[in-house]
Design a binder for this molecule. Structure first.
Ligand code: IPE
Ligand code: MG
Length: 238
């Protein structure tokens, strides 16, 4: 079977009535990918661009409405200065190069993370331009987690709760949720957090294509999601 047959075959196995609403990717393995070809790590990041845009096409094709990708974490600042600089420039240039195309495809681009002073102003500017340009699109929301950390987001939400003067007893899940970076974002169905389904790919990010998204969705659809409950209670040996 050829490569394309494989994509079409797995695509045909997706139940279009039960496509996950929100899929998130941890774009990982760029460095290992580059190493495999004897290239500097930064080549792996560059090669990830094609992976990202192919996955975006796949999400559009199957009707995933929310796609989130982890682009830069609050911990990634610990990398060598050269690599951090490359990633900042690369993300800025990618947004500049691709924002019109994303806009034409009906993609709404948003960013998730801390707007700290460490992020160069030129990067923040491209992020704002892409956000503004695509704000009215509603086919797919592509959220780029940039300078994002789950713990940092909780800390920022707690700071907001305190700033808003909430009494400890007034703090519940809804109060916290409403202070997350994007409170309107639905919980990922396919990811790494509470009740999301996890799919681990053996593929390094630069080699990821829409076919991997399709395979992950097929796997997801084959799972029994119980959200902490049990599907059926049967009294054994009663
Ligand atoms: C992910 O790939 C890209 C970023 C975190 C920016 P890595 O750079 O973590 O690649 P590996 O894990 O070293 O292969
Ligand atoms: Mg990694």
């Amino acid at each position: 079977m050829g490569e394309l047959d494989g994509v079409d075959e797995v695509l045909s196995r997706i139940d279009r009535t039960r496509v996950p609403r929100h899929v998130a990717f941890v774009m990982d393995g760029n460095g290992r990918w580059a190493q495999r070809y004897g290239l500097p790590r930064t080549h792996g990041h560059a090669a990830g661009e094609q992976a990202l845009f192919d996955v975006v096409e796949g999400a559009l094709e199957v009707g995933v409405r929310w796609l989130t990708v982890y682009a830069f974490s609050t911990e990634n600042w610990r990398r060598p200065a050269d690599e951090v600089r490359f990633l900042m420039n690369f993300n800025r240039d990618l947004l500049r190069r691709r924002r019109d195309e994303l806009n034409e495809r009906g993609v709404r681009v948003r960013f998730l993370g801390r707007r700290s002073r460490r992020v160069p102003p030129s990067v923040l500017r491209e992020m704002d331009l892409a956000t503004e340009l695509t704000a009215k699109n509603d086919r797919l929301t592509l959220t780029m987690a940039f300078n994002y950390g789950g713990r940092a987001e909780i800390v920022d939400a707690v700071r907001a709760l305190i700033r808003d003067g909430l009494a400890p007893r007034a703090i519940d899940e809804a109060a916290l949720q409403s202070r997350l970076y994007h409170p309107d974002m639905p919980d990922p169905d396919l990811w790494q957090i509470a009740y999301a389904e996890l799919v681990f790919l053996d593929t390094l990010w630069p080699d990821v294509r829409r076919e991997h998204l399709y395979r992950a969705i097929v796997e997801y659809q084959g799972r029994d999601r119980r959200f902490g409950g049990v599907r059926q209670w049967r009294i054994e040996n009663a």
